[in-house]
Design a protein around this ligand. Structure first.
Ligand code: NAD
Length: 454
């Protein structure tokens, strides 16, 4: 007889942030709650913008939340009930947009915070989309492909009437990929009868995916970095950089930065065997193709082979202490903190946040005081969602652009967004982060007013 197993209940309290896919979850060093952080950031800018109480009340919380159970018949015949979410923070500027995460430590507050950040990210690059995020509490490492397929299909069955190409468009995120998205799309199309390729982004190229999506986030980071260097009157070829992470974002950021003439002298990544991170340094500049040839698909570098190739092996945090002009955190959240911010070299002029939330508020204040130009995460790494928007447009038209066209349009969007933020930051003497928030929140508040919601 089938046995019913109920998965872990939803933890609404202290949060354990998910780790990078393929790695063991990290223990939290400090209790914190992403949603409270997101609300605090919002409150500060709402005050600066002088938003009225109703608008604040509307934007501090998601518009809609769906919490549901997904019963799955497991391969051994038992039934396990997984918990799923979709949070739609705001859709005043267009359909919600945001990934679906699979993680054993997923919490509703993380999903809420991420959905809010998606609203600001889409608004700051001025794409006509709102913010949403979804998740399932599960660990794909312990699930067969068939079980994962059942979770995907079960997830969309629960929200099929509340999501869609004109309402809310999901995408891959932590531990989900294009295969998961195709299962979700297929189930949605079975339910609604018809073909709705604009419902999902992150599809494989040839199945409605966009060329350039793989490169988009890393390249987007460098498009903004290039503009920051121009503003500071620094030539890329006169700079060096140190990068945390060596996954999708980092690899493409390094590739484009080096094409501009810059030299990356250090990269750090997680070592699965030793359960810690290392920094790999070559002062003459890393050889990207050479390191890629000794890197696994989780962005982990083979340390013995790296040593054989002449790379110095340093502690994980050493990436932050390098004597370089540019730092690119492109691994995970809360990496530059009050405890290590003073290790940043006086030579550093720019920090381009490839990762989401790599800098804690305490470190942020000190970075601002030191006059380092910080390109905030939801601007610097918005290339991914911008390209997802392009994918949606191409899917809806059923006409696909060449890669150069996609990347050209991406450059234009990222560069204009950078200029708008930088101009406001100079004019109002705001940090780049506060300026980016002011633009994004201002745009969303205006859309809510124009619609007559508040
Ligand atoms: P990825 O899984 O491809 O790579 C992550 C890299 O970080 C790996 O090289 C891993 O070894 C490294 N890493 C993990 N823990 C580390 C640690 N403690 N110290 C040093 N390195 C560590 O991930 P990704 O897609 O490149 O994403 C990186 C960051 O960018 C994440 O914060 C993600 O949310 C954010 N981001 C990604 C995209 C995208 O399109 N991929 C878009 C927006 C934001």
């Amino acid at each position: 007889m089938a046995q019913s197993v109920v998965s872990e209940p939803i933890d609404m309290g202290t949060e354990v942030r998910p780790s990078v896919p393929g790695q063991a979850p990290k223990k939290p060093t400090k209790a914190f709650n992403s949603f409270q952080i997101a609300q605090t950031q919002f409150d500060k800018v709402a005050e600066y913008l002088g938003l009225d109480p109703a608008t604040r009340d509307l934007l501090r919380y998601p518009l809609r939340e769906f919490h549901f159970a997904i019963p799955v018949r497991m391969d051994d015949g038992s039934v396990k009930v997984f918990r799923g979410f979709r949070v739609q923070h705001n859709d005043a500027r267009g359909p919600g947009k945001g990934g679906i995460r699979f993680h054993p430590q997923e919490t509703i507050d993380t999903v809420r915070a991420l959905s809010m950040w998606m609203t600001w990210k889409c608004a700051v690059v001025d794409i006509p989309l709102g913010g949403a995020k979804g998740g399932v509490i599960c660990d794909p490492h312990n699930l067969s492909l068939r079980e994962q397929e059942q979770i995907c299909r079960g997830w969309v069955r629960q929200v099929a009437r509340n999501v869609g190409p004109l309402t809310d468009v999901p995408a891959p995120d932590v531990m989900t990929n294009s295969q998961h998205m195709l299962w979700i799309l297929d189930e949605f199309e079975q339910i609604h009868g018809g073909r709705y390729p604009g419902f999902i982004t992150g599809k494989p190229v040839g199945m409605g995916g966009s060329l350039g999506r793989t490169e988009a986030t890393g390249y987007g980071v460098v498009f903004t970095l290039r503009e920051a260097l121009k503003e500071l009157g620094i030539r890329p070829e006169d700079t060096t950089a140190s990068v945390q992470g060596f996954g999708n974002v980092a690899q493409y950021a390094i590739e484009l930065y080096q094409r501009l003439g810059g030299r990356v002298i250090a990269v750090s990544c997680w070592d699965q065997a030793d359960q810690c991170s290392y920094t790999y340094r070559k002062l003459a500049g890393i050889d990207l193709n050479q390191i890629l040839s000794i890197t696994d698909h989780f962005g982990g570098i083979n340390k013995q082979k790296a040593k054989d190739l002449g790379y110095e092996l340093l502690p994980g945090e050493a990436w932050l202490e390098q004597d370089v002009e540019i730092l690119i955190p492109a691994a995970m959240e809360n990496q530059i903190t009050g405890d290590n911010v003073d290790k940043i070299s006086p030579r550093v002029r720019i920090i381009a946040e490839g990762a989401n939330g790599p800098t804690t508020p305490e470190a942020d204040t000190q970075i601002k005081e030191r006059g380092i130009l910080l390109i905030p995460d939801f601007l610097a790494n918005a290339g991914g969602v911008t390209c997802s928007y392009f994918e949606q447009v191409q899917s809806n038209m059923n006409y696909f652009w060449e890669k150069d066209e996609v990347l050209g349009k991406l450059d234009l969007k990222m560069t204009s967004a950078y200029f708008a933020v930088s101009e406001l930051s100079r004019r109002e003497k705001l940090s780049m982060r506060d300026a980016a928030y002011a633009i994004a929140i201002g745009r969303v508040a205006k859309a809510c007013h124009d619609r007559g919601w508040v």
